[in-house]
Design a protein. Structure first.
Length: 498
C-alpha cells in the first residue's frame, strides 16, 4: 500500500479499518508491524510530512520534522526547550540513532508497579530487544567515522578507568556527517521509514501523512475511530477532513503528543487524573572543552560516545555534535568576543550530561492545539547535573582539552576541575541552559486508574478499545535514550492483542 500525502485526501473522506494507529514513530511503527503481520487491516495517520524533507539545515528541519516547529518549551522551575520529531517515521527521523536497553533494575521496578505482572520484566523483554536490534541493524559506532569529538571522550574515560566507549546506534550506513538531527542526508540511519513501516506496508497497511488528529470517536463505551484535519505540507492550510472508523484505536504520539491529543479530544476527564501527569524528560546541560588540536564538533557520528561513573547512578554523559552557528550561540558571546571565538570553533569538543530525573511535570493542550507543558525540578536533580558536569570536565581534560566551560551564566572558562566545580557550586537552575528531548511517562501504565491511564494490556482504563503504546506509558523515568524501549514495549503490547 502507498504512503499518501495531503493531495490524496482532499475534501471529506472516510476509511474503515480493523486498527487505526495515530503516529508513525517507534511506537506506532512497532504496533502496525505486529498487527499487520497478524492479518489486521491497519490505517496509520501522521501529522508530519508523508515523505522526508531533509536538508543540512536545522531551521528547515524544525519547519518540517519537529513538533510545533521546534518551539515546544516547558515552563515551571525554568524555561526548558523540549524536542520531539514528526513525519512518517516520527522521532526516529531526527534523533541521534542511539539504542540503549533500559537497565534491568528499572524494568524489574515496573513488575512491582504492575503488582507482580512480569510481562514487561527484563527477562521477558530481552528476546524482543534482540529481535528489534536485528531488524533495525543496531551496532557499535564505527571508529573510522566516529570523529575526534567522540574519540576524545573515549580516551578520557579510559584514562580515568571509567566504563564507557562508542555507543550502539541504528545507523548501519553512517558516514559521520553529523546531520542526524536534521534527518540523515545519505539514508544511513535505519529509521522507522526504512524498516518497520515498510514491513507493515507490505501487509496492506495504509499510511496517511499530513493528517493531524484532533478527535477520538467513541460510542460511550468503546473508541470507534478518529478524525483528522488534512493539512498542506508546506502551507498548513486545511484541505480536507478524514474520518477513520476502526475496532481499535492506538494513540502513539509520544510523551508530549499523546496527552496533548487526549486533552484536545476532550478525553482527559474520562481517562482519569493521571492523563498528562508525571512528565519525565531526562533534562541535561552541556559541558564544552577547548583543545589545542582541531576537533570540529560538526563532523563524526552524532552522539557516538558515552561514559558512566558508578558513583553517579542515573547520570549519563554522552557526546553531542554541533554546527558552528549553534556552537557560537552556546558560547554566549557577542561583538568582539564572538569574533574572537570564531577562530576557536574548530577546537571545541562537547558532552551533554543527561540524568534520570526525579522531578516531573504535566502536559495539556492549549486552545490552539499546541502543547501546554510544565516541568518542576527536584532540587537533588540539579545537584546530580552539577556532579555529572564536574566528572565530565575531568574526562574532557583527560581526553585532551586545555580549558572547560559550560552554557551556565556566570561560570566562565577554567583550566582546572577544581575551579570549574567551585564556579558551578553557587549556580541555581535559573543560570542553566537546560535542554530535553526524551519526554515520557505522561500516560502511565499501572493498575490504579487514579495514578495511571492504561493497564498492562495497553488499553485505557476509562475507554475500551483505546490503546496507548509509546514513551508516554513508561511507569518510571528510564535513564537512557528511549527509542529502543519504546519499540520493545509497543511490540509487546501489540503482540498481546495479535
Amino acid at each position: 500500500m502507498p504512503i499518501r500525502d495531503h493531495n490524496d485526501a482532499r475534501g471529506e473522506t472516510t476509511l474503515d479499518a480493523d486498527v487505526v494507529v495515530v503516529g508513525t514513530g517507534p511506537g506506532g511503527a512497532s504496533v502496525a508491524r505486529v498487527l499487520a503481520e497478524a492479518g489486521a487491516h491497519v490505517v496509520m495517520l501522521e501529522a508530519g510530512p508523508a515523505r522526508p524533507r531533509f536538508r543540512r539545515n536545522y531551521a528547515h528541519a524544525q519547519r518540517y520534522h519537529y513538533q510545533e516547529q521546534g518551539g515546544m518549551v516547558a515552563s515551571g522551575s525554568a524555561m526548558m526547550p523540549i524536542a520531539a520529531g514528526r513525519g512518517v517515521g516520527g522521532g526516529s527521523l531526527v534523533n541521534s540513532a542511539i539504542c540503549w536497553r533500559t537497565p534491568d533494575a528499572v524494568l524489574d521496578e515496573w513488575v512491582d508497579v504492575l503488582g507482580g505482572d512480569d510481562r514487561y520484566s527484563a527477562a521477558r523483554l530481552a528476546p524482543i530487544y534482540d529481535e528489534l536490534e536485528a531488524l533495525i541493524q543496531v551496532g557499535p559506532t564505527d571508529p573510522s567515522i566516529a570523529g575526534e569529538n567522540n574519540l576524545l571522550i573515549v580516551r578520557g574515560a579510559q584514562k580515568l578507568g571509567l566504563p564507557g566507549g562508542l555507543l550502539r546506534r541504528n545507523a548501519p550506513g553512517c558516514v559521520g556527517c553529523s546531520h542526524c538531527n536534521n534527518g540523515c542526508p545519505v539514508g544511513g540511519k535505519a529509521s522507522m521509514d526504512r524498516n518497520l513501516l515498510p514491513m507493515a506496508l507490505g501487509h496492506g497497511t495504509l499510511v496517511q501523512g499530513d493528517a493531524r488528529v484532533d478527535t477520538v470517536l467513541h460510542d460511550g463505551e468503546r473508541a470507534t475511530g478518529v478524525v483528522a484535519d488534512i493539512r498542506d505540507t508546506d502551507t498548513q492550510e486545511v484541505v480536507g477532513r478524514l474520518t477513520v472508523r476502526a475496532d481499535k484505536v492506538f494513540v502513539c504520539c509520544g510523551g508530549i503528543g499523546t496527552p496533548r491529543l487526549l486533552h484536545q479530544a476532550g478525553l482527559a476527564e474520562r481517562l482519569g487524573p493521571a492523563t498528562g501527569v508525571g512528565l519525565h524528560v531526562h533534562p541535561g546541560n552541556a559541558v564544552l572543552g577547548l583543545c589545542d588540536h582541531e576537533v570540529r564538533m560538526w563532523t563524526g557520528a552524532t552522539q557516538g560516545a558515552y561514559f558512566e561513573d558508578p558513583e553517579l547512578p542515573g547520570v549519563l554523559p554522552h557526546t553531542f555534535n554541533s554546527p558552528p552557528g549553534v556552537l557560537l550561540l552556546l558560547l554566549g558571546q557577542v561583538g568582539l568576543d564572538a569574533k574572537r571565538d570564531l577562530a576557536l570553533l574548530p577546537h571545541f569538543t562537547g558532552c551533554v550530561v543527561m540524568i534520570s530525573d526525579k522531578g516531573s511535570g504535566r502536559v495539556g493542550a492549549r486552545p490552539d492545539g499546541r502543547a501546554d507543558i510544565e516541568y518542576w525540578f527536584d532540587a537533588h536533580d540539579i545537584q546530580r547535573i552539577k556532579a555529572g558536569m564536574v566528572r565530565t570536565a575531568e574526562v574532557l581534560f583527560a581526553g585532551g582539552a586545555r580549558e572547560v566551560l559550560a552554557p551556565v551564566h556566570g561560570v566562565g572558562r577554567h583550566t582546572s576541575v577544581g575551579s570549574f566545580s567551585a564556579a558551578l557550586e553557587s549556580r541555581t537552575i535559573e543560570h542553566f541552559s537546560l535542554y530535553a528531548a526524551h519526554p515520557m511517562g505522561t500516560c502511565r501504565m499501572g493498575l490504579d486508574p487514579q495514578t495511571s491511564v492504561i493497564g498492562p494490556t495497553g488499553e485505557a482504563h476509562g475507554l475500551r478499545g483505546l490503546y496507548l503504546a509509546d514513551s508516554s506509558v513508561f511507569p518510571t523515568s528510564l535513564g537512557v535514550n528511549p527509542q529502543l524501549t519504546t519499540m520493545t514495549l509497543a511490540t509487546a503490547i501489540a503482540r498481546g492483542l495479535a
